[in-house]
Design a protein around this ligand. Structure first.
Ligand code: AMP
Length: 637
């Protein structure tokens, strides 16, 4: 145990008597006293100031009696999750004979068990490697080998999948809840968790905040569209910086009720939806997966109590597309449409989209349905969330754009010289680093002024440095990112600083082509697959996809560059049509020609029934090319 004596005393005091601020709140209909421990908060903030990191599980001690999570099985307080993780951490410690800094792979459903497993891994000072049951055994073996996992953890339902794999690989498997049953019942808010007062309820577990400030937390594997998936190493400090940046930019609060339906082996679901919400003391409502009609029913919250009604949703564009398709089927009569619009418009605080391009027609359709403008942002496994449209004013959220750097992010556009390959900076846009100290006032959790200087928590305007004056003021090239939340290494790979992933002066090369114009960034696509070089022009597949999705017959679209002896590459489209619709290439060209230049128009078209997409709902261009590439070649005249 490496907590300072003072911190231990503070914990013990927290458990014995209410300290500092007392707020009133209602959980499952009962008014409860909320005890916010100012002394503990001061210790945390002092540690953060000294370079430490307070992991999300430890923040739970600031608001133990609040409801943290609601899933299909039950409702859990922060104290309940903490307690369950603490019990599990003892089992992990026993398996690893107290070792820390090891990697532990874990497979859980999208529910409380995921949080409990992750917190338990962190409490023992080990590195969490989330696995998904969506991956076949061969992929799982790859992750276990590549991550050098010392232990595999799972809930009972995944034992069937993992037992043969771990036996074959001679890795220990710990099945959660076998000896200490982790049932919802046990961790539901009951009187003992609502009023944690016995010493053995919440004991101080984990390493010191100073230790967490210097150590690794999480490995997130990239989707591996061009090579084998690489493990991005996330430190506790990176997570803390990202959480502070998101809290400041998107104004998370303890009053948020966040609907979580994203896969948890990806940074979007881990960070935006889960960790940032739990770090704010919010209520997380976890569904096992995204099922459109279930999501609609949670968004509308019919028959639910006020404190459980959803106010925040983070989704990928494919999710919004499915919600729109269901809306058209179920809610199109004017009375229901009005009800949906009023309900969403009055209750939802924030609806975010990202991880893939948000087509213009989807942005506009969602605004029509809900009266809300989706907030589109850009992120990557390697950098977390990097660019975002503004939270306020809402009108400034623009279609097809990803806004400006989030707090602590520097973004640069470079062009590559054809002769020397050298990268020339064109424009750099930098936002000051976020305040990482915890401010309960900002989270809506207190009334006492610990931090009078609330201005330092604001998302500040960036500084823009133009390295070149361009006549049209449009900067176009590769996007580079730098900042305290950018990763510094892939797991099990040689140190990458100074290698091809980073420039010599430490900028991460995203591999995306972007533009900076009118004070905002726009993503044009992955340079290797989405930038099509055709007849001397460069065409962004993303822009063509967005334009052709406007066609009333098209339900889904992917645009590829297909090799061609005359043009170098040609623009080709694969589309899924709406029910009973028909479409010829000529008709598509005529309609899209109103939005696109002639050289951007598809020269070949293929209609299919289903579009290959990955677990995150992203177009899987590798598979699309493999499956349809030959049929998209331009016929010889
Ligand atoms: P991943 O690391 O799997 O999250 O994938 C990151 C990649 O997703 C980025 O490099 C972009 O190519 C893409 N991406 C993320 N957000 C957006 C966005 N808002 N618009 C377009 N592409 C995006």
């Amino acid at each position: 145990m490496e907590l300072s004596l003072r911190t231990v005393r503070t914990f013990n005091r927290l458990l014995r008597k209410p300290l500092g601020i007392v707020a009133h709140r209602s959980v499952t209909g009962t008014a409860v006293k909320e005890e916010v421990n100012t002394e503990l908060l001061n210790v945390f903030n002092r540690d953060i100031n000294n370079g430490g990191a307070v992991p999300v599980f430890r923040r739970a001690l600031l608001f133990p009696t609040r409801v943290a999570l609601q899933d299909e099985l039950g409702i859990y307080t922060y104290a309940g999750l903490y307690q369950a993780a603490s019990v599990l951490s003892q089992e992990i410690a026993a398996q690893l004979v107290g070792e820390s800094d090891r990697t532990i792979a874990y497979m859980c459903n999208n529910d409380a068990s995921h949080v409990i497993a992750q917190w338990a891994i962190w409490m023992t000072g080990n590195i969490a490697v989330p696995l998904t049951p969506l991956h076949p055994p061969e992929m799982l073996k790859y992750y276990l080998t590549d991550s050098y996992s010392s232990l595999v953890l799972c809930t009972q339902e995944f034992e069937k999948v993992l037992r043969p794999i771990t036996l074959e690989m001679h890795k220990p498997l710990l099945v959660m809840g076998r000896d200490n049953v982790l049932t919802a019942q046990l961790y539901q808010p009951n009187t003992s968790f609502l009023k944690p007062k016995a010493e053995n309820n919440l004991t101080d577990v984990g390493k010191s905040n100073e230790w967490y400030g210097n150590n690794e937390a999480l490995i997130i594997y990239t989707s591996g569209t061009t090579s084998k998936p690489k493990g991005v190493v996330w430190t506790h400090s990176m997570l803390q910086t990202q959480i502070s940046a998101l809290h400041s930019a998107w104004q998370y609060s303890a009053n948020d009720v966040v609907l979580h339906t994203l896969p948890l082996h990806h940074i979007h679901g881990q960070l935006n939806s889960m960790l940032a919400s739990l770090a704010a003391g919010a209520r997380l409502r976890m569904l096992p997966s995204f099922v459109s009609h279930n999501v609609w029913s949670r968004l509308l919250g019919m028959g639910e109590r006020d404190e459980t009604k959803v106010t925040v949703f983070h989704g990928v564009p494919a999710m919004y597309a499915r919600l729109v398709a269901d809306y058209d089927r179920m809610f199109s009569d004017s009375k229901t449409a009005e009800y949906v619009r009023t309900t969403l418009g009055s209750r939802m605080r924030l609806m975010c989209a990202g991880s893939a391009p948000l087509p213009a027609q989807l942005f506009l359709k969602w605004e029509e349905i809900s009266g809300m403008r989706l907030l589109e942002r850009f992120g990557m496994s390697e950098v977390g969330m990097a660019l975002s449209n503004p939270y306020r004013p809402v009108e400034a959220r623009s279609v097809g754009c990803v806004g400006l750097p989030l707090p602590g992010v520097s973004a640069r556009i470079v062009s590559q010289r054809e002769d020397t390959g050298e990268l020339e900076p064109l424009v750099t846009v930098e936002t000051p680093v976020p305040e990482t100290q915890i401010c309960l006032d900002r989270l809506g959790l207190s009334s006492k002024d610990f931090f009078l200087d609330s201005d330092k928590y604001e998302w500040k305007a960036p500084t823009i440095t133009k390295h070149k004056e361009l006549t049209e003021n449009v900067y176009h090239g590769e996007l580079l990112i730098k900042g305290p939340a950018v990763f510094t290494r892939y797991w099990n790979r040689s140190p990458t600083l100074n290698a091809s992933d980073f420039t010599e002066d430490g900028w991460f090369r995203t591999g995306d082509t972007a533009s900076f114009e009118d004070g905002k960034f726009r993503i044009l696509g992955r340079t290797s697959v989405d930038i099509i070089k055709t007849g001397g022009y460069k065409v962004s597949a993303l822009q063509v996809e967005s334009a052709i999705l406007d066609h009333p017959s098209i339900a889904d679209a992917a645009v590829l560059g297909i090799e061609d002896e005359n043009y170098g590459e040609i623009v080709s489209a694969v589309v899924v049509l709406k029910e009973n619709a028909k479409l010829t290439l000529q008709e598509l060209k005529e309609a899209a020609g109103k939005k696109l230049a002639p050289y951007q128009l598809p020269k070949t078209l293929l209609v299919t029934n289903e579009m290959p997409r990955n677990a995150m709902g992203k177009l899987d261009k590798k598979v699309i090319r493999q499956t349809f590439g030959k049929q998209l070649v331009m016929p010889k005249k």
